[in-house]
Design a protein around this ligand. Sequence first.
Ligand SMILES: [Zn+2]
Length: 436
Amino acid sequence: MVQQVSAEDEVVRLCQELIRIDTSNPGDHSGPGERVAAEYVAEKLDEVGVEARILESHPGRANVVARIRGEDSGRDALLLHGHLDVVPAQAEDWARDPFGGELVDGFVWGRGAVDMKDMDAMILAVVRQRLREGRRPPRDVVLAFTADEEAGGKWGAQWLVREHPELFEGCTEAVGEVGGFSLTVPGDRRMYLIETAEKGMAWMNLRARGTAGHGSMVHPDNAVTAVAGAVARLGTHEFPVRLTKSVRAFLERACMAYGVEFDPERPEECLEKIGPLARMIGATLRNTVNPTRLDAGYKTNVIPQEATAQVDGRFLPGHEAEFFAVVDELLGPDVQRDFVHHDHALETDYEGALVAAMEAALTSEDAGALPVPYCLSGGTDAKAFARLGMRCFGFAPLRLPPDLDFSGMFHGVDERVPVDGLRFGVRVLDTFLERS
Ligand SMILES: [Zn+2]
């Protein structure tokens, strides 16, 4: 007996069940890991005849990869990827149990509801329905459900790409998170932000060495002063605006949607209109550095030999060299830097058949949809998959109510996703796959 349940029917349950599997990732191996979630995903794929491999990078840190044969396996393959881990949640801060997966007032609540068990559930729901109905995708589709994205993907996407590149053979394009969601603009229309670029990451450790000594004496060679000075210079520096292709395209289209003139000299004017999302888009106008940690000394009257700080630097595609030149000048000769984490920036053109498929899929469900490319200020697993030569996009379609602060949901308290949005996403994703 083939179960006649549609993707729209089961996406909500899949999302709830995934949320109930706690996959909190504290950044080391002390969390519950992704193994249980990986087994859940593999079982859901197995039920529709897809053989999925569970690959552990470390005991309990599990990834799932599967390949669905398309109508034409000779064509380049498409990768659909979602991470299984979530950032931790403090239950006492939440209005609902962060791992309860409750359905309340038309929303599924819980950690991962938008980042990104929603998309994991949508991928599963769509694939399951298609295969139950015998509808193969037009070309091979590789599915990857990864571990450890929230800590940089060392035990997830980066590990898969390094240890098992053969699983992604033939994949030239990838679709994953942080894109496809709507932003309501005047005229009751919606922009849908499709991620085509990501800033690069330069998490740095700063270190100054001086001479240890007594706090009462004349002491020009003070490591604390040196690091504090460098931190202040970096923290107050404003990098110049650099409009990359994706950012310019976003601003042009956003200005049009809000009926303001696009002025490349004053891009902030347009951003003022778009609400809370301006926090994220605003950070893609320029390179940025934010100091985040300081550490030195152990006693008030002892000058320590060493002082350290950490800063979170983010650079735009095409502006990495410029970024480090400025950073080094601001650091000066007395402060050394090394990397806590360093990863590349990405940018792909907003054009081609895959982009057309995304746009058509959105318009088929929301006639006035305004799809726009944009640059993500953060980083995702796309950084790893791009190393295999894939063009990477963020497209996890969701139609959202106008008043929801969606960007605030990521890693936020009371994370939740509208049921309507999930159902919409399933329909869009199915049409997208059909045309991809
Ligand atoms: Zn995520």
